[in-house]
Design a protein around this ligand. Structure first.
Ligand SMILES: NC(=O)c1ccc[n+]([C@@H]2O[C@H](COP(=O)([O-])OP(=O)(O)OC[C@H]3O[C@@H](n4cnc5c(N)ncnc54)[C@H](OP(=O)(O)O)[C@@H]3O)[C@@H](O)[C@H]2O)c1
Length: 256
């Protein structure tokens, strides 16, 4: 039995139907949080995550909606507040699709779409939940990426977009600290999910990761639990790499 370190927290996780978001929802539920499971289209998978959380003894609800659509975000947040009366934490995990292209092949439209997609999804959600986070002295965690700080061939648009999110984390932490709102990020290295399999294909080894293996979605989720917990009450504006030490790597991985 795990200590219920998030007991009573009402947590909204975006993109929680599968992959890293689903692991975050499950882990937060296992340690006592109520979880609103946001997803865009795959209802069955999101419903499965709701069941995991309920089986762990916590409350969970479906919160469908596209985080890049203002009206959807408004509906998601008002449904959660109608059900549970407030929100203590938001995890902005849903990202814009990753396209792997060499820098010279990245068109302006692609770069613009990627950067705006990442920023919009995160921004609309934090702006909409701000009154509730202010009321509860809550916390925000963004899921960014190690690629923001450590270039790898083919990921210019993704890295630039996630770097903008890292900057948003620091600015929000700086300004919203006075309301008692903490804003942090996890920056995973490569993690096996539907999205990464699509982009990387078979190349899933980790030659320049000091721990000798990729981090798992569950390890990313454990870091999010920590950042949301009272144990991290002194932390804000932090970007935490979850990459088995891959953020220290030489650059051999994915260089081709
Ligand atoms: N996997 C990695 O190696 C890795 C590494 C570093 C950072 N990250 C970041 O971690 C996050 C999750 O990645 P992942 O690999 O777990 O992705 P994934 O397996 O593709 O899962 C994406 C989830 O997000 C939902 N989603 C996508 N766009 C959405 C939107 N506009 N509005 C609402 N929900 C949306 C999907 O909903 P549906 O199921 O309904 O489509 C799905 O539940 C992303 O921000 C990604 O950039 C991933």
């Amino acid at each position: 039995m795990q200590p219920k370190i998030l007991a009573g927290q009402r947590v909204l996780v975006t993109g929680a139907g599968r992959g890293i978001g689903a692991a975050i929802a499950r882990r937060c539920g296992e340690v006592g949080a109520h979880i609103a499971v946001n997803y865009r289209s795959q209802r069955d998978r999101a419903q499965r995550v709701v069941r995991w959380v309920q089986d762990a003894g916590s409350e969970a609800m479906l919160a469908p909606g596209d985080v890049t659509r203002s009206s959807d975000v408004g509906n998601v947040v008002s449904n959660v507040v109608q059900n549970w009366g407030g929100i203590e934490a938001v995890v902005c995990n849903a990202g814009a699709p990753v396209i792997r292209q060499r820098a010279e092949d990245v068109g302006w439209e692609t770069l613009q779409q990627k950067v705006l997609g990442e920023l919009k999804g995160a921004w609309l959600m934090v702006a909409e939940t701000f009154p509730y986070l202010k009321e509860s002295g809550g916390a925000v965690v963004f899921v960014t990426s190690g690629l923001a700080e450590r270039p790898r061939t083919g990921f210019l648009a993704h890295g630039v977009a996630k770097a903008a999110l890292n900057s948003m984390v620091r600015y929000l932490a700086f300004e919203w600290g006075s309301y008692g709102i903490r804003v942090n990020a996890v920056a995973p290295g490569l993690v096996l999910t539907d999205a990464s399999k699509e982009v990387i294909g078979r190349q899933m080894d980790a030659p320049d990761v000091p721990l000798g293996r990729l981090a798992t979605a569950e390890e990313v989720a454990d870091a999010v639990v920590y950042l949301l917990s009272p144990q991290a009450s002194g932390l804000t504006g932090v970007i935490l790499p979850i990459a088995g030490g891959g953020h220290l790597g030489s650059g051999g991985f994915l260089r081709q």
